[in-house]
Design a protein around this ligand. Sequence first.
Ligand code: 5GP
Length: 190
Amino acid sequence: MSPGKLIIISAPSGCGKSTIIGEIIDNPALRLEFSISATTREPRRGEVDGVNYYFLSVDDFEKAISNDELVEYEEVYAGRYYGTLKSEIARIQAKGKNVILDIDVKGGVNVKEKYAGNALSIFIQPPSIDTLRQRLLSRDTDSIEAINQRVDKAAYELTFASRFDRVVVNDVLSDAVAEVEKIISEFVNA
Ligand code: 5GP
């Protein structure tokens, strides 16, 4: 068992990724700490700088890029940058804990490539595109246009699944949580 491993969780939006991470983050057997990303998007209500994200101006984000402070970054939505800070990974590893990253599918593939055997990448998949559409519709938070856009994006993101170490289908949430916990436990305790 060596501490400081990276666990990457990626998924199309609406697949339950954040819920799954919330369920496993405090499992003491996994010794996880959440990697707080940098982003240029505005904080949502209730979000706190340095807790949910490091909220940066575009200027500061660009400085971080040119100073080579990021492990990876992506423009996940038009004009909105998200990236993993090297200092964040180092902060968590220095505590002897494993780092869990909630990042988009491209970021997930990039971090896995960089950290190779010290990283485990998990792709959370909806049972089907139709189920995903139903889930987004039942949340009732987005317009039909926005939902169609997210579904189209999800269909594209699903093509990345084969580039991940493991794929977990989130049909029944409790089953998906148990499967993810088992996969991480095997990896961090190997
Ligand atoms: P949200 O704005 O809903 O918090 O996040 C939008 C998307 O950005 C999610 O898919 C999330 O996983 C992704 N994301 C968050 N942080 C990072 C990061 O550091 N790098 C990359 N590539 N994606 C991220």
